[in-house]
Design a protein. Structure first.
Length: 87
C-alpha cells in the first residue's frame, strides 16, 4: 500500500498546494481525493478479507491437528490393546 500511496502522492492536491500536486484546480484535487479514498477503502476491504481468510485457515489447521491427534490416539490405543492381548 505504501508504494501505491507514494505513486499517487499529490493526487489530492493542486499544483499551488504542493510541489507534487496533480491538479490546476481544487475540483481536480477533490476528484483525486475521492479516488484516493476509494483506493484506500479497497485496500482496507482486501486486508479485512485476508484477515478473515487467515482466521479460517488457522481454524482449519486446528481441526486437522485434532483429527490427526484422534487418529494417532486410536492407533496407539489399538497397539496397547494388542500388547495386552485384548485385540
Amino acid at each position: 500500500m505504501n508504494e501505491i500511496l507514494k505513486i499517487l502522492e499529490g493526487i489530492d492536491k493542486t499544483e499551488a498546494e504542493s510541489d507534487n500536486g496533480w491538479w490546476e484546480t481544487s475540483i481536480g484535487a477533490q476528484f483525486g481525493d475521492e479516488k484516493l479514498n476509494d483506493i484506500i477503502f479497497c485496500f482496507d476491504e482486501l486486508k479485512a478479507q485476508r484477515d478473515e481468510l487467515l482466521e479460517a485457515l488457522i481454524d482449519c489447521r486446528r481441526t486437522l491437528e485434532i483429527a490427526n491427534f484422534t487418529q494417532e490416539l486410536a492407533v496407539v490405543n489399538a497397539a496397547i490393546a494388542k500388547a495386552k492381548g485384548e485385540a
